[in-house]
Design a protein around this ligand. Sequence first.
Ligand code: ZN
Length: 273
Amino acid sequence: MKMRLFTLTVCLAAMFLVFPLSHRSSAGEGPVIAHGEETWKERKSSHFIIYYKSAPPDFIKSVEEMAEYYYEEITRNMGFTRYKNWGWDERAKIYIYDNAEDFQQIGEYAKWSEGVASSRERVIRSFPAAHGFFDSTLPHEMAHIIFREFVGFKAKIPIWFEEGVAMYQEKARRWGANDTVRQAIKDGKFISLNDMTAIELSGRMNTEMIQLFYAESASIVNYIIDELGQQRFVNFCRKAKDGDPFEWVFTSVYVRFRDLDALNKAWVEYLER
Ligand SMILES: [Zn+2]
């Protein structure tokens, strides 16, 4: 259940990135904020404005402290050293809904998630009881925004890469992912990177497959950043900005791989070592 909730959380952020316009027009930012505006209290820090209703002040204080901590941690983890500053009116907004039910009012898709991120608006929405709020949800959603801002909105990034980067910030997730993928290889259920790239996630996919998709995403991005090197990862991010096809950009930075199949092979060999 834990894994399932986690899986669906990350799925949601991906869908925001895939369908930003439809989300904004149907469940859009505007009406949600305007509607409940008078009920939101706010707390401001250097890089964040936290909006909340009845959440306890000490929880909100922790949100502020942890968000500021992750802001440094994530940019350092990914090697984004000259990352633009979220100061003053550039601050990110974190909406803390009172509970799951309150949170779910923001849209249909919120029913199966614990947190959502909108990179363009630099907004995160979640609620205190969200699974692993401080260890998973918060760093995951922040990583989505930081990564997207760094690569830019023209960059063509497959969902597995985007989700893998977000999960890279959840330390607990990094441990289990490789084992899950090894087991899938043994069971003949492994999804190749080419298939991962082609997959369009949807609510109709079965849970087991979505879980495997996320475990593989975490595992391959761990491999890319930790094994192939942070500097190369940063170079890739810079080069992706122009919006060229993913595989082309990837292989032009990671020159030892001719294509995604070659990366797939190296990753599987690494796991089987
Ligand atoms: Zn995600």
